[in-house]
Design a binder for this molecule. Structure first.
Ligand SMILES: Nc1nc2c(c(=O)[nH]1)N[C@H]1C(S)=C(S)[C@@H](COP(=O)(O)OP(=O)(O)OC[C@H]3O[C@@H](n4cnc5c(=O)[nH]c(N)nc54)[C@H](O)[C@@H]3O)O[C@H]1N2
Ligand SMILES: Nc1nc2c(c(=O)[nH]1)N[C@H]1C(S)=C(S)[C@@H](COP(=O)(O)OP(=O)(O)OC[C@H]3O[C@@H](n4cnc5c(=O)[nH]c(N)nc54)[C@H](O)[C@@H]3O)O[C@H]1N2
Ligand SMILES: [Mo]
Length: 681
């Protein structure tokens, strides 16, 4: 595990497990056994130098700070939300949880125990292993992707049969055009932005209602009206058809439903496209031509599908590679999220993720149902929160808070920090951080696997998630051996399934490895994982699920009664709500603001820096206005997921965000939240 040692100096290679496109390599510098610096690994293909600013600050700030970290199991001693707790032993904490779960199982059934988790850590074992416990006891899972990206997965599964085998970024050396649709890597994958996107000769096109940093540095920015992306895709396809830029041979061999969708494409003229999207026809034409000529890559952002018709938008955009044949050849392809371990259907043994025989419990429920369900004593008796911070991250915050305040709801929170959600727990269990245990990280952009290497002992009495659930299994007297599988065995599974040749020892010395030596050209055999084996523009499976057979050229209606569409994208200085408790991060972010277009501001009589009230049917928030034409006139921006307790309002943008479900995947449509804005005198 040690790269080199001189006297008392040590440098350890490890990997950043945050939910980020970058998947960075890290070097931890120790002196006399103590971590003195956490920094970027300049030999890592994604990182190539320093860490991003937020990780550099937080990993050397709150993550190493004993005063900020949770060190011991805690039991609530005050009212819910008061943040008053007393220290208890692990044995007592686990016995209390075990007894309570036993009582609930006997009185109501274990399906009344709900567990919610997401990507607080994306490392494989800490991120996946605890599911075995919940599956075994028959608890109800809150479907994790419904807070983030489920609509996109559902849509791409209809079209390609697989949403997680996107392009290998290394294939971009052969690309002439990269189309980034509703993603902002400048914030969300700063190393991908700096080293992958900006160092390209390919023409970069960005479709986003916001002139993000990514859009500013692109060759072409299509500043789309929010919710009109499907119309834009159809208008681009119209131009491609008119100008004979479609690949008839590819369509004939590999696409189902082109003839059926053609009449809609023919109706969607560039002029119609301009009126729907607000983008001048000349720009739509330029984008259509560059993309169609290719070879082109299409990156479908997660932000793009967080809207009511997010699934339809994805199906519409997915027609671009199909109809132009920009797939299955060097420099071409689509990307949403890569499952590096299982890419291209290579995964053999899936037992790292799930033990099929353990997994016959209740169906998962959508995160969008949680604000209502949490308030219902007939539905939920216990809420276990691990790897996430739902009070900060979930929409309809007021209802979430009301549910969490229920005296009869037995809430357990496992985290590294005392989050806003943890304040409402009955039992808080301290999680070890990624610097404190071995694990495996797989990037969801680059096709690399990284070693997460223990750099110090866990702080206080904290434990890795997997160890917490082994001990809880034991406290409950559970017998299934898979609940106790040790880390080394799971790590070996994972490496084998990833096709990694290196042993764990070699991986820790190297820090990372590509899952394939040469760039993978995915879908090059022209066979797709759909029932027909073709790309399904027309989908019988969608139809059977009560959805349209074809993508629709529709646009969301404009907000009525003076309302505006509130977008709440990822903040540069946060990782969801993570890092929001770091003093220096807070300093860099400054006070929370709402960005609005100068025309909107003048219509509403708002000046830069004025206090404004944003309100709708679920809540209200008072913020300082920031007037800027980076956003389209009908839209507002408030970045997502600050900690509530760092704000005077004790709320963040999720106070306003709605739980309306997307058309597919029962997922979040936060970017379509509508609010009224008024100046506070
Ligand atoms: N308004 C609005 N809201 C949004 C979004 C939006 O676009 N707009 N985006 C949504 C999206 S995309 C997502 S993914 C969600 C994310 O929302 P969450 O999943 O809630 O993500 P975080 O807020 O980062 O919370 C992760 C928690 O895990 C903890 N953690 C880190 N490492 C470990 C560990 O090893 N063990 C344990 N037990 N805990 C650990 C961190 O300290 C942190 O408190 O937010 C969603 N919320
Ligand atoms: N710094 C930082 N990095 C992060 C995160 C973070 O919180 N902070 N979160 C991580 C997580 S969990 C995720 S899921 C990813 C998210 O990664 P992205 O998908 O890149 O991020 P978002 O910020 O959710 O949304 C991207 C863009 O979608 C745009 N958008 C909103 N509505 C529309 C629309 O109607 N049409 C179009 N075309 N675009 C629209 C927004 O303006 C935004 O610029 O980032 C990850 N990386
Ligand atoms: Mo996400």
């Amino acid at each position: 595990m040690t790269m080199s040692t001189t006297n008392q100096e040590e440098w350890i290679k490890t990997t950043c497990p945050r939910d980020c496109y970058d998947g960075c390599g890290i070097i931890v510098h120790k002196r006399n056994g103590k971590i003195i610096k956490v920094k970027g690994n300049r030999d890592h293909p994604s990182t190539r130098g320093p860490l991003c600013a937020k990780c550099a600050v937080s990993y050397n700030g709150v993550w190493l700070d004993e005063n900020a970290r949770l060190l011991y199991p805690l039991k609530r001693s005050g009212t819910k939300g008061s943040g008053k707790f007393e220290r208890i032993s692990w044995d007592d904490a686990l016995a209390e949880v075990a007894n309570k779960f036993g009582d609930i199982d006997r009185e109501h059934g274990a399906d009344r125990i709900y567990h919610t988790h997401y990507t607080g850590t994306c490392s494989v074992i800490a991120g996946q292993f605890p599911k075995r416990f919940f599956d075994h006891i028959g608890a109800t899972e809150v479907d994790p992707d419904t807070i983030c990206n489920a609509a996109g997965h559902a849509a791409l599964s209809y079209v390609f049969g697989d949403s997680t085998s996107g392009f290998d970024p290394r294939t971009s050396k052969d690309s002439k055009c990269i189309l980034i649709w509703g993603a902002n890597p400048a914030h969300c994958g700063p190393h991908v932005y700096q080293h992958w996107l900006r160092e390209h000769d390919a023409k970069v096109i960005v479709v986003d209602p916001v002139r993000t940093e990514t859009a500013t540095s692109a060759d072409l920015h299509l500043q789309v009206r929010p919710g009109s992306d499907a119309a834009l895709a159809f208008a681009m396809l119209h131009i491609m058809k008119e100008e004979s830029l479609v690949d008839e041979t590819y369509i004939k061999n590999h696409v189902q439903g082109y003839e059926e969708v053609l009449p809609s494409i023919e109706n969607c003229t560039p002029e119609w496209g301009q009126s729907e999207t607000g983008i001048p026809t000349t720009l739509i034409e330029q984008a259509a031509r560059s993309y169609a000529r290719g070879p082109s890559l299409l990156w479908l952002g997660q932000g793009l599908q967080r809207q009511p018709q997010g699934g339809n938008v994805f199906r519409a955009c997915a027609m671009l590679p199909a109809i132009t044949g920009n797939i299955g050849k060097p420099g071409a392809g689509f990307y949403y999220l890569n499952d590096t371990i299982g890419i291209g259907g290579r995964r053999g043994d899936t037992s790292v993720y799930e033990i099929p025989e353990l997994n016959d419990g209740p169906s998962p429920v959508s995160q969008m149902d949680m604000p209502a369900l949490l308030q219902d004593p007939a539905a939920i008796q216990s809420y276990v929160v691990w790897n996430c911070n739902p009070l900060a991250s979930n929409p309809n915050q007021a209802s979430m808070e009301k549910g969490l305040a229920r005296e009869d709801l037995f809430t357990v929170v496992i985290d590294c920090f005392m989050t806003d959600t943890a304040d409402y727990a009955d039992i808080v269990l301290p999680a070890a951080s990624f610097l404190e245990f071995d694990d495996v990280c797989s990037s969801y952009f680059h096709l690399t696997i990284g070693a997460q290497v223990q750099c110090r002992v866990p702080m206080g009495e904290s434990l890795p998630n997997q160890e917490i659930f082994r001990r809880l299994s034991s406290a409950m007297g559970l017998e299934d051996s898979t609940l106790y599988e040790d880390d080394r065995s799971v790590i070996e599974h994972t490496l084998r399934d990833s096709g990694i040749r290196e042993t764990w020892q070699e991986l820790t010395e190297q820090g990372w490895a590509h899952v394939a030596d040469e760039p993978l050209i995915l879908w090059s055999d022209g066979h797709f994982a759909t029932p027909s084996g073709k790309i399904e523009i027309a989908s019988e499976r969608a139809e059977a699920d009560g959805l349209p057979r074809l993508p629709q050229a529709t646009t969301d209606p404009e907000p009525k009664n003076g309302k505006l569409r509130l977008i709440s994208p990822a903040a540069k200085w946060l990782m969801n709500s993570s890092f929001g408790n770091d003093r220096n991060v807070l300093k860099m972010m400054g006070p929370e603001t709402v960005t609005c277009h100068p025309q909107t501001a003048s219509d509403l009589g708002i000046g830069d820096g004025d206090r404004v009230r944003l309100s709708n049917e679920v809540g209200e928030l008072v913020l300082a206005a920031c007037i800027s034409d980076t956003v389209t006139p009908g839209a507002l921006i408030v970045y997502k997921s600050r900690w509530l307790k760092t704000e005077k309002s004790r709320a963040n943008v999720n106070r306003l965000c709605i739980t309306r479900k997307t058309d597919m995947g029962e997922s979040t449509s936060v970017h379509a939240t509508e609010v009224t804005v008024s100046r506070v005198d």
